[in-house]
Design a protein around this ligand. Sequence first.
Ligand SMILES: [Zn+2]
Ligand SMILES: [Zn+2]
Length: 346
Amino acid sequence: MKALQYRTIGAPPEVVTVPDPEPGPGQVLLKVTAAGVCHSDIAVMSWPAEAFPYALPLTLGHEGVGTVAALGAGVTGLAEGDAVAVYGPWGCGTCAKCAEGKENYCLRADELGIRPPGLGRPGSMAEYLLVDDPRHLVPLDGLDPVAAVPLTDAGLTPYHAIKRSLAKLVPGSTAVVIGTGGLGHVAIQLLRALTPARVVALDVSEEKLGLARAVGAHEAVLSDARAADAVRALTGGLGAEVVLDFVGAAPTVATAGAVAAVEGDVTLVGIGGGALPVGFGVLPFEVSVTAPYWGSRGELIEVLDLARAGALSVHTETYALDDAPLAYERLHEGKVNGRAVILPHG
Ligand SMILES: [Zn+2]
Ligand SMILES: [Zn+2]
């Protein structure tokens, strides 16, 4: 089958032919209908050889939806042809966190060498994807594959980040979204669907701010050195109760801290390598800063339910598998508005 692989440190990913996977006992083989192109793959492909944690070649793609093509021995509860979304952050399935459905925080994944598809294990940018266990699959139940596939990361990750702060997003509150790309433009819609908060979006281009407004941001502010003052001005000097940074680079993390209100939540989601110091007098009183990772299985089910209710509309542009390297190139150049989605079977 064809697959998009990252093969050489520093080189662009390539479409290659690899052996067709076959499901072993307990595994499920999916025919991939859609795979999402995530900015974190670009971060992964920028890591130097000495810091690269995965074996190469690596088939990319940690967002995937597909139809069941074959079941390994012993698999029950699924049938060939079922349309499903893949829950990506695989865990051991039995530790205390996995028992809660929080496989993103599995206590034993490192020790057992368990990796998500596309981030250590062969990913979804291929004609077929091997899934280790049927519990990683959530029924699409009528959702369009292209619209649904970004929800497995670009929907689930902001959903998890927002859910922890829902109690602070009361009427009159402000939520700031820094970075309105794949994850950020879904975060704006989640905030509008789940809370009465005023949503202020920050990004570096007018085109991205246009998308932010179109999907529901009340205010859109250019993300530059004056952004923090602009957000302060919009909030009567008080700052925002919740700040979500989907970039996570040094300048955006500094902005995130600078716009937080007293008792605010600052959530750093992007993996841009920035850090925010915490200490007495450094931030407003009782600001809490956290860096979460992905979301739980239960939260993925909730996000898909929200999409089925019509509350989410992910902006996508589609590419054939042969054009997947181009999709990464365009994303790297900041030219993708919303999410790029690969269709391995055209
Ligand atoms: Zn991602
Ligand atoms: Zn576990």
